[in-house]
Ligand binder design. Structure first.
Ligand code: PEP
Ligand code: MG
Length: 753
């Protein structure tokens, strides 16, 4: 019998003897510690159990001093044990005592032990404790050992919950207080309603079994059912009544099909089968493998890859549901808002069919599948709001507000009433905006402004008609590929780009070439280990180093245009030489494609400040420049755009940024090079009026901003604002931001900002 299987069998016997009462369980814990220590040939095995929210108490040990049991306590986040609890990640340290987080507790006698393996004991997303193994000799525990300890941790999670030794629910006064969480917009909107929690499925009842063959049969059956269920979901492409369906089923289907590829990956199934062979039940094996993958993927900083984690959990949940006899489709309370740590696309569709009106996904990112579908379905969705899932109880009232990027849990009644009024006003305002759709966009004094769309999916093309936008100012080609989960071949790319041009029906479209990191693109070659991936080997840099990939995309764009006008721009250009190289590739492809485009415009994004010192040469070569303020701000101020700690610290409305943009506009005008802005800043009211005042009259933005910005510009007296801005800038040298005075001016002039 293999080691884990033998250990699990002995643990099962032990637990069968102890029953599940708190007393029985506590009494057996030292024996469990002894067994694990013996199995791993470790000097120490200890269990710390969570109490009163954030205290971890040494509850059982083999190897540490017995008198420390019940006395040694660490806060969540304190020491290696606290770190494992806070992050939910296994800590495997050959030299724990020299780790910066190490917290020495003399009463335990642990100064003898160098290496430490600390595994969080988790259930339904909550940390119940930490299981720790220690050895005198410095060593890193190998994969098999980690797996054994993680499996025992899973078993302990069941035991602790069933016996009531661990507290899993928040209790006391704190739980009822209002809480506010910062969040990030995944899909715009506002919603107020009761909480429903997406906690994943309850942990399996049976963890260890005698009959691995029977379990495999159950697994196979559930796997088949899951595949059939997904086929149905994709066939129907959208559950629920027709008015709830997305406008363009094609793209949703693509997302779901990409997801199905993940679901059909039998590598995953094989690992589950192996876990069953080691003595686990089918449910426990699925949970085990999913948790293993989860931990690995959570260490990946890349938001796209982390999003695949949501697909994986979606699938694991689905498989567990089938093992359990079917998915829950009961309706949710009216107007419910879903809180999830992670959420996959199929899960979002299921919940949507059950009637949720909004969603918070703690680990969601805007390019995630669930976020893309939420936008398509028109469901307000926020990401971030760390801790909201743990703080909320089902039925709690909650507000999600994408404008303020905040989540308010159990808000005061006056706050709720305020939001309900805002919802009413908003629907009236939206009706007013809709009337603007077919009006030309101009300021009050008649200066025309071109408002274009930022999109990345065919699904969003219907927004051209919905918003009356002047065209597509930024088509992020990488998003469609991310949605498919792979770099697609030339023919498929051609079809996607042709659909975009067809939908635009002659309106201008600017395609941006792939703006991806290397790890997502180059199967077969390991991703580069980089300290700063945002400033690393990404985007055009990969395109120039791997020209076959870029050429394939350029060919697809040219083929898609076939006789129509084509505008292409390159991202992350740092030198004129890079632009020349990229343009040469495009022209070489263009020479081969027949029919060639009716007109070929080749431009650059301005995202890297170095280009500002190459303007004379650049302006001779480019047909247009589009300023990517998201990256330009990050590189100008050396401030990571994705760091919540830096959000709002550096401002587009600041002297250096405004001076940079002014210089660009002034130098580009005599060269006849159009300048536009396609970063998120263009969609914000104060930034939009300021950009127009600087002379940038083409702004590209997400669909939700087009009509509000159009309404705002219609009220703007541009000459007066420009005069104000000019004098403000004259007196503002050295200030961090001009936001306040600009906002005051806007309010005094009754602009809807
Ligand atoms: C930008 O950097 O401003 C931009 C539009 O590109 P992305 O946000 O896709 O990096
Ligand atoms: Mg960018």
């Amino acid at each position: 019998m293999s080691t884990p299987r033998r250990l699990l069998a002995r643990l099962r016997d032990l637990m069968a003897r102890s029953g599940t009462g708190a007393g029985g369980t506590k009494a057996e814990l030292p024996a469990v510690m002894r067994l694990v220590a013996a199995e791993l040939v470790s000097e120490v095995c200890s269990l710390y159990v969570a109490h009163s929210g954030d205290i971890l108490e040494l509850t059982a040990t083999e190897g540490l001093r017995a008198e420390a049991v019940g006395h040694t306590r660490l806060r969540v986040g304190e020491g290696i044990v606290g770190l494992a609890a806070a992050t939910g990640l296994t800590q495997n340290l050959p030299d724990a005592q020299n780790h910066p987080a190490f917290a020495y507790r003399p009463e335990t006698g642990e100064d003898l032990y160098a290496s430490m393996l600390a595994v969080p004991v988790r259930r339904a997303g909550r940390t119940l404790g930490v299981l720790v193994v220690q050895n005198r000799a410095p060593r890193r525990y190998d994969g098999d050992e980690v797996e054994v300890v993680e499996t025992v941790a899973m078993l302990l999670a069941e035991l602790l919950t069933a016996s009531g030794v661990a507290q899993t629910q928040q209790t006391g006064f704190d739980a009822a207080l209002p809480r506010r969480f910062d969040a990030a917009t995944l899909a715009p909107g506002l919603a107020v309603g009761p909480v429903v929690l997406h906690l994943g499925r309850a942990a399996p009842q049976r963890v260890i079994v005698d009959d691995p063959v029977g379990e495999r049969v159950r697994l196979e059956a559930a796997w088949q059912q899951m595949q059939r269920g997904l086929d149905r979901l994709i066939r129907d492409h959208m559950p629920g009544p027709p008015e709830r369906r997305v406008q363009d089923a094609g793209e949703s289907r693509e997302i779901l099909e990409a997801y199905r590829l993940v679901a059909a990956d039998t590598g995953w199934l094989r690992r589950v089968v192996e876990a069953i062979a080691s003595g686990l039940s089918a449910e426990a094996a699925v949970a085990r493998v999913a948790s293993d993958l989860r931990d690995r993927m959570r260490r990946i900083a890349d938001p796209y890859l982390r999003e695949r984690l949501a697909d994986l959990e979606d699938m694991a949940g689905r498989l567990l549901a089938h093992l359990d006899g079917g998915a829950d489709s009961s309706p949710v309370p009216v107007g419910a808002i879903l809180l999830a740590r992670r959420l996959g696309p199929a899960e979002l569709l299921d919940w949507h069919a059950r009637g949720i009106l909004g969603v918070v996904i703690e680990e969601g990112s805007p390019s995630g599948h669930a976020a893309i579908l939420a936008r398509a379905l028109g469901i307000p969705a926020l990401g971030g709001a760390r801790g909201v899932v743990d703080s909320a109880e089902p039925g709690d009232e909650i507000v999600i507000d994408s404008e303020e990027e905040q989540v308010l849990l159990r808000p005061e009644q006056e706050v709720v009433q305020g939001y309900l009024r805002a919802l009413e006003t908003r629907s009236a305002r939206q009706a007013g905006w809709a009337a603007l759709r077919d009006q030309p966009c101009r300021t009050r004094d008649g200066t025309p402004v071109s408002l274009m769309l930022n999109v990345g999916l065919a699904l969003e093309l219907s927004q051209l008609a919905n918003t009356g936008a002047a065209g597509i100012g930024l088509f992020r080609t990488e998003i469609a590929m991310l949605a498919r989960g792979a770099v697609v071949d030339t023919a498929e790319q051609t079809a996607v780009y042709a659909r975009v041009l067809d939908a635009a029906g002659g309106l201008p479209v600017v395609f941006r070439t792939l703006d991806l990191g290397g790890d997502k693109l180059l199967p077969g070659s390991p991703p580069p280990e980089e300290e700063n991936p945002a400033m690393g080997w990404r985007s055009l840099r990969i395109g120039l180093d791997r020209p076959a990939l870029l050429r394939r995309q350029l060919r697809a764009l040219l083929l898609a245009a076939g006789g129509r006008k084509l505008s292409v721009m390159f991202p992350m250009v740092a030198t004129v030489a890079e632009f020349r190289q990229a343009r040469a590739l495009l022209l070489a492809e263009a020479a081969k494609v027949r029919p060639g485009p009716a007109q070929l415009d080749i431009g650059t994004m301005l995202e890297i400040p170095a280009l500002m010192w190459q303007l004379p040469a650049l302006l001779e070569e480019v047909d247009f420049i589009s300023v990517g303020t998201n990256d330009l701000l990050q590189f100008l101020f050396a401030a990571d755009r994705s760091s919540p700690a830096l959000a709002g610290r550096y401002d587009l409305l600041s002297p250096p940024m405004l001076d940079l943009l002014t210089e660009l506009v002034v130098k580009a005008a005599p060269a006849n090079v159009p300048v536009s802005v396609c970063g998120e800043a263009a969609s914000r009211p104060l930034e939009a009026i300021t950009l127009v005042a600087l002379g940038i009259t083409t702004l590209s933005m997400p669909a939700s901003a087009i009509l509000p910005i159009k309404a705002l510009l219609a009220e703007l007296d541009l000459p007066r604002f420009r005069a104000f801005l000019t004098s403000l800038r004259r007196t503002a040298a050295g200030v961090a931001s001009l936001r306040e005075p600009i906002a005051t001016w806007a309010r005094e002039h009754e602009l809807p900002v």
